[in-house]
Design a protein around this ligand. Sequence first.
Ligand SMILES: C[S@@+](CC[C@H](N)C(=O)[O-])C[C@H]1O[C@@H](n2cnc3c(N)ncnc32)[C@H](O)[C@@H]1O
Length: 343
Amino acid sequence: MSATAQTRATHVTPEAILQLGLAFWGSKTLLSAVELGVFSELSGGPLAQDELAVRLGLHPRSSRDFLDALVALGMLEREDGRYANTAATELFLDRAKPSYLGGLLEMANARLYPFWGRLTEALRTGEPQNESRTGDDFFGALYADPERLRQFLRAMTGLSTGAAMGIAATFPFDRYETVLDLGCAEGGLLVQLAQRHTHLSGTGFDLPAVKEPFEEYVRTMGLDDRLQFVAGDFFDDPLPSADVVTLGHILHDWGREEKLALLRRAYDAVPDGGAVIVFEAIIDDDRRANAFGLLMSLNMLIETPGGSDYTAADCQGWMREVGFSETYAEHLVGPDSMVVGIK
Ligand SMILES: C[S@@+](CC[C@H](N)C(=O)[O-])C[C@H]1O[C@@H](n2cnc3c(N)ncnc32)[C@H](O)[C@@H]1O
């Protein structure tokens, strides 16, 4: 080994490799805490270890390490031997609060965690590794159970709120009157847009089972006079026209042909000068920085027959292909960006 290589080697440590390789320890600890209802149990105030262990049904051997690991991971606080939620876990992980984000983590725990155990098989075969492997239908079951559907849609709102606020703040909505959100879930984006831009009216378009949760959420937010729901299949049914069409976390579910079909349909729904906004964890053009976007794409490998995430350059290319005359990309928040096409 040369002297330079030797000097470099003495500064090289395995820490990052080990931390990443065992990162699932921390992740699964949080997912189990959500499953057990740790944060909901603590929403009434701090509890001592014994009391909390009894309420959660924890074995005496596990409780101290489990709860202290959550403290070390920044998910709980501990003072004078009593455990309490942090500000974030109190707001987002108490099941009784409308801001509860745990639906997403419950799904990650029950479904994605075991499915990701078959990542190597997905990498080798290119085949999804979720319920479709055994002929079960997760979305069919989800859409047949109103309570689970509501929780899933609420989790979508939580996931998209930061990006929705970013879009509301940065896109020039003062030039437009109407918005159509394709695959709107319970209407999280439209609510953010309507709250910030009081001249806007919007339509949420999604599968029929989503109508009731959408209308209830929008009514709760006091926006039912400006936001309405249209039920349908965004591949086959006629789409309402609007000045701006939005697609949030939609394109990555599908392969190239379906992505193009959806962009073409969105293009047809807006007038000349109208805009289409695509947003999700868009991968950086160099495909090396947005790890979350790249891992999301592997998640699509596990979850869908042909879906994948993509870069802003990819999306702008598809937009040009379907006819948009101008396109641009803008970072929103965290891993999320938007790509805009102007007709
Ligand atoms: C991943 S969620 C995204 C929700 C929301 N746009 C967001 O960004 O938070 C996908 C949405 O697309 C809807 N969807 C899936 N297939 C659809 C179809 N064929 N027609 C209309 N909506 C569909 C689902 O019901 C769901 O609400």
